[in-house]
Every structure is written in structure tokens, then in C-alpha cells.
Design a protein around this ligand. Structure first.
Ligand code: ATP
Ligand code: MG
Length: 166
């Protein structure tokens, strides 16, 4: 189906702000003009939520999370960047394995099963895309979902019958 990615990301951001709560993360987004993606809406939502909730979870109180959706000649991209704890480069190649968590001792308080990024990877594979991970320990991380151009659509999202004026 046709997904309005702008709308989806706004809704996830609201949930992320609720998750942050008293920790008062600064969660901002920049959504480009071309917002329609062809794909499985619930899969894409779960992939984007996992990345955005991770950004909040692994960023200390008061830190920043910046989400951006943009398109270029290569396709469409969702970048989720944070000013959080970062990831030691030795862990990055294995991060999308099921149950893999970087330096678990640090995560005593955060909890989690290590499945989120495995889901993200599979969702992107199902949509002919891939996940890029950039990180510096102590400085923050950026996770970028890349989708090929063919996933972008010009069609308006389907309007429910009840919203079409007579
Ligand atoms: P789950 O998502 O299943 O609740 P989880 O968050 O530990 O648990 P993943 O989302 O798969 O699992 O992430 C795997 C590991 O990657 C995390 O345990 C953490 O070590 C690291 N990680 C993921 N996102 C970030 C981030 N934004 N900043 C720092 N580390 C991260
Ligand atoms: Mg997670």
C-alpha cells in the first residue's frame, strides 16, 4: 500500500516524546517533500519506531534526537541521529543479529531483548532497502534506512470513502 511517511513519523515522534517523559529529550524532525512510499505499513512503522525509540533509550536525559526523511537520485532515506552513548565500532557489524546487545553491562537499567534492529534489518530487506549505521562512542549514533527510488510513489494516499465529498 501507499504510506504517508511524513504522517507516520509525526505520530511516532509523539510516542517518542511520551517515552522520553521527564527526561526531556529534544526530539525534532525534518520531513522532505516526497513523502509517499510503497510498502507494508505495519512493517515500516515497526522499523521506524524501533530506531526512534532506541535513539531515546540510548541517549541520556536532555540529549537530542533528530529525525530526517529525504529523497535524492538514489532513493528515499530515513536518518535517525542521536547525541547518545554511541556504540563501540567492534559491535556495529553484529548489531542487527537477533539478541545481540552492545556491552550489556551498560544496559542493566535500559533492559531489552536485542530484537529491535534484527526486525529493522528484515523489514528493510523486504523493501529492497538496507540499514547503514554510523556511531562514535560517547558522541552519538546515526541509523539510516535506505530505500530504492522505485519505492517512491507520486500517487496520493488512499482516501477512505467517508472522507470523499459528494
Ligand atoms: P529491544 O529493541 O529488543 O527492546 P535492544 O534495544 O537492546 O532491545 P536492538 O534495538 O536490536 O535491541 O539494539 C541492539 C543493541 O544496539 C542495543 O542493545 C544497544 O547496545 C545498541 N544500540 C541500538 N541503538 C542504539 C543507539 N541509538 N545508541 C547506542 N546504542 C544503540
Ligand atoms: Mg531496541
Amino acid at each position: 500500500s501507499v504510506i504517508d511517511v511524513g504522517n507516520m513519523i509525526s505520530l511516532i515522534c509523539n510516542d517518542a516524546r511520551a517515552l522520553s517523559g521527564d527526561q526531556a529529550h529534544e526530539i525534532t524532525m525534518d520531513i522532505g517533500e516526497r513523502r509517499l512510499l510503497t510498502g507494508d505499513e505495519s512493517q515500516i512503522r515497526s522499523a521506524f519506531s524501533n530506531l526512534i525509540f532506541n535513539a531515546v533509550k540510548y541517549t541520556p536525559a536532555g540529549g537530542q534526537v533528530f529525525i530526517s526523511w529525504y529523497t535524492d537520485r538514489n532513493g528515499a532515506h530515513l536518518s535517525v541521529r542521536d547525541s547518545g552513548i554511541g556504540i563501540d565500532p567492534v559491535h556495529i557489524p553484529r548489531l542487527t543479529e537477533r539478541f545481540y546487545r552492545a556491552d550489556p553491562s551498560r544496559h542493566k537499567e535500559t533492559g531489552g531483548t536485542g530484537l529491535g534492529l534484527a526486525i529493522v534489518k528484515h523489514v528493510l530487506l523486504n523493501h529492497d532497502g538496507n540499514l547503514e549505521i554510523k556511531s562514535r562512542i560517547g558522541e552519538g549514533s546515526e541509523f539510516i534506512c535506505h530505500f530504492p527510488r522505485g519505492r517512491l510513489t507520486e500517487l496520493p494516499p488512499e482516501t477512505p470513502d467517508s472522507e470523499i465529498p459528494n
